[in-house]
Design a protein around this ligand. Structure first.
Ligand code: SF4
Length: 205
């Protein structure tokens, strides 16, 4: 997911082992509390129009692709598993980071539970609540696996990958040490209201 945000992010976080310290950010703390509340309380609750068995906090490992991940929430029906992903945000965007996340979770479920994942419900909830259905297509699965392979390649080589400057740099926690991101630090006026989240990003109110 973070590699989909920016390949250099993987290098700083996992090769140089530079901590994000995302736990110090209020929006991240609030987001984690929000996730905990939904995955540990009201376990019988199902979102409207969804019927089946509710799944919460299931950690899975892929022998085929060698990675692990946790399903925070999902609904298992007789034919399929529907992923539920909650975002503590009112900024509705189904970008590459979210697609990579959903694709990797779908592959984990399909390999371990032997059921198809055709869709995910993404529930954005902060000031307002909006549900978006994302179809889990082969393009999403392929994007997820490409990000996984790119991450493994950076870990294996230890080489900093190239990345272009983009508006994401303005909201990246490594922008002060990254030569690409620090080039345009004075352009704070361009700071997006909120951006795709890697967990270390912050929201500008
Ligand atoms: S500052 Fe920009 S280029 Fe550098 S790691 Fe962050 S997003 Fe990537």
């Amino acid at each position: 997911m973070e590699n989909a945000f920016c390949p250099k992010f993987t290098y700083y976080e996992l090769v140089l082992n530079l901590k994000q310290h995302e736990e110090k950010q209020g929006s991240v703390k609030a987001g984690r509390k929000f996730h905990r509340r939904h995955s540990s309380t009201n376990l019988g609750y199902l979102p409207k129009n969804l019927k089946g068995r509710r799944l919460t906090e299931i950690r899975l490992f892929s022998k085929a692709h060698l990675y692990s991940g946790e399903i925070d929430e999902g609904i298992e029906t007789t034919e399929e598993v529907i992923l539920i992903e909650r975002k503590y945000s009112d900024y509705l965007e189904v970008g590459a980071t979210l697609k990579a996340q959903l694709g990797l979770l779908a592959i984990l479920v399909e390999e371990n539970m032997k059921k198809k994942v055709k869709k995910a419900m993404v529930i954005y909830s902060k000031k307002t609540r909006t549900e978006i259905q994302v179809d889990i297509t082969d393009d999403i699965r392929n994007l997820a696996l490409a990000m996984l392979e790119r991450t493994k390649g950076i870990l294996a080589s230890g080489v900093s990958p190239p990345a272009d400057y983009s508006r994401r740099c303005l909201a990246c926690c490594y922008r002060n040490i990254c030569p690409v991101g620090s080039l345009k630090l004075n352009q704070k006026k361009d700071l997006p209201k909120t951006a795709e989240s890697t967990g270390c990003l912050y929201t500008v109110e």
